[in-house]
Design a protein around this ligand. Structure first.
Ligand code: NAG
Ligand code: NAG
Ligand code: NAG
Length: 492
């Protein structure tokens, strides 16, 4: 079965927009294998493993065909840790100096995409991999991967042990935490938590994800597999080999869509707010994905400290792509608190060109902090800052927008208050550059010199890559950061 337009429309609605017209998704296999234009600022730090781009460490073992590489088609969801201690990561690389950055990311292979007869959601989800870097700009993929995975280079792959679980057909990355350390500076030791999401082989009708209007000419028979995504958690002692933690849901997930047709989720509606009295307002959901987990500090009531999870969902009735929030005291058992960021409505955007009237998704949330120049450290401040992906109905493109919150629950979009036209925190690139058709999946790190770096996914046509942008101390403008410096030239 081919999904041309129906799938294309769905795709627009769930991840980075693609410049599709009449092409079917399948045709992307050709474009991926061909050389893509790499012009202008080179702020790309990671690309899919392709014939033109075997691996970033140059020392690929040549017996591997591309069919055996998990990220040969697309990559996404970069999550980067920077370790303060130079011994935090004992990566046995060719060079003897230590590694200070680790990036986990998701990737889809050409094989996975074709195996399941092209009926997986057209995302960059598939399996999760890992790469390392000394400077945060030049990454080496871990081509060995974890023991026991079916493909080399995979850190967390498909669940092949429990066929009834939620994560058997594709998985994608949400967050990686070392809960015992602060987000700004990580030190060695501790248990890593990985929040990931995935789908199984259950089929749902594509029509379910479209408004009545958009879906009116689409047959019920057009199905998609693995779209009812759920969220799970895995733990690791080294960040390399992961063990899944069985969640409360029969599917093994720790966060599932609220749906009154699902008896396992019915009790979610009885939930009360943190005060134990106020009922929580929940809307029914079609999927839960891209979990962003943040340490929650409540100075007034330490019993209320724990974690927030922000996840991307689509409401079942209104088909709005929105961000919802849940809370947890232990990071494993979660309680929904309802939607926290929704698309600007048409009346909001009547007078202006809203950049998220088509949806909000895939956010990064950091606790507020201030930089102190004397001791070159970041200190926590009250409040939270979110960067998220907004979809514009005007051009169907995805851009990175921002919002702030005093408490992690109530969010104010940064650009919609005063400006006539909403401004993106990070906009799409110029025509014919690697990120001209969409930017998203932001992930922000604070650097010792007071600047901040954003890792993000860019898209040109069907091609995806991960790039970097920088926010200098005191500036409000993210600037795409040159990544491909030739380090050898530093010592002439
Ligand atoms: C799962 O995959 C691994 C690696 O390919 C394999 O060793 C193991 O036997 C598989 N388990 C099942 C239940 O199929
Ligand atoms: C750095 O200086 C600030 C302001 O004086 C202070 O609040 C913070 O605790 C200091 N941090 C460290 C690690 O010394
Ligand atoms: C972040 O902290 C600064 C300094 O305390 C404060 O002025 C600012 O309003 C805070 N931002 C948010 C989003 O709370």
């Amino acid at each position: 079965m081919k999904f041309s337009f129906a799938l294309a429309t769905l795709l627009l609605s769930i991840e980075h927009s693609e410049a599709f017209t009449t092409k079917t998704y399948r045709s992307s296999l050709k474009t991926t294998a061909s050389t893509s234009a790499l012009s202008s600022v080179n702020n790309v730090v990671l690309r899919p493993t392709t014939a033109d781009n075997p691996t970033t460490n140059g020392g690929n073992d040549e017996t591997e065909g591309l069919l055996d590489v998990f990220d040969s088609l697309k990559i996404g969801s970069p999550i980067v840790h920077r370790y303060k201690s130079s011994t935090a990561y004992d990566y046995d690389s060719e060079t003897d100096s230590s590694v200070n950055y680790v990036m986990w990311y998701q990737g889809r292979s050409i094989a996975l995409d074709s195996e399941i007869e092209n009926s997986l959601p057209p995302l960059s989800t598939g399996r999760i991999g890992r790469c390392v870097s000394k400077n945060g700009l030049v990454f080496q993929k871990d081509i060995k991967g974890a023991i026991g995975e079916d493909i080399k280079g995979v850190s967390l792959g498909l669940n092949n042990e429990s066929w009834w679980n939620f994560d058997t057909s594709h998985v994608g990355l949400g967050s990686v935490l070392l809960p015992m350390t602060t987000p700004a500076v990580m030190t060695e030791g501790g248990i890593y938590l990985m929040y990931y999401f995935g789908g199984n082989f259950e089929e749902t009708s594509i029509k379910e994800y479209m408004t009545t209007d958009a879906g009116k000419d689409i047959s019920e028979d057009i199905k998609i597999k693995g779209m009812k995504m759920r969220i799970g958690v895995a733990v690791s002692q080294d960040g390399e080999t992961w063990g899944r933690v069985e969640g409360d849901d029969p599917s093994g997930a720790c966060m599932v869509p609220y749906d009154t047709d699902d008896t396992n989720t019915a009790s979610m509606a009885d939930e009360k707010e943190d005060d134990g009295k106020t009922p929580v307002v929940l809307e029914e959901e079609l999927y839960c994905g891209w979990p962003e987990v943040v340490v929650k500090i409540d100075n007034d009531n330490s019993a209320n400290s724990g974690f927030f999870m922000y996840y991307s969902t689509m409401t079942k009735i209104t088909k709005e792509k929105s961000i919802a929030v849940a809370v947890s005291s232990d990071g494993f058992r979660w309680f929904k608190r309802g939607l926290c960021l929704q698309p600007s409505t048409s009346s909001d955007s009547e007078e202006r060109n809203s950049l998220d009237d088509g949806g909000c998704a895939r956010c990064n949330v950091v606790r507020n902090a201030s930089y102190n120049k004397e001791n070159e450290t970041w200190s926590d401040e009250p409040g939270y800052i979110m960067h998220y992906e907004g979809v514009s109905l005007t051009d169907n493109k995805h851009r990175i927008l921002s919002a702030t919150s005093p408490d992690g629950r109530t969010w104010t979009k940064s650009s919609t208050e005063s400006t006539a036209n909403a401004a993106a925190a990070l906009d799409i690139g110029n025509a014919d550059t690697w990120d001209c058709d969409g930017v998203g999946s932001p992930h922000i790190l604070r650097i010792d010199d007071g600047s901040q770096r954003m890792y993000y996914v860019g898209q040109q046509g069907k091609d995806t890559a991960i790039g970097v942008a920088k926010l200098e101390l005191g500036s409000t403008t993210w600037v795409k950061e040159q990544s491909s410096i030739v380090f050898a030239e530093l010592n002439p």
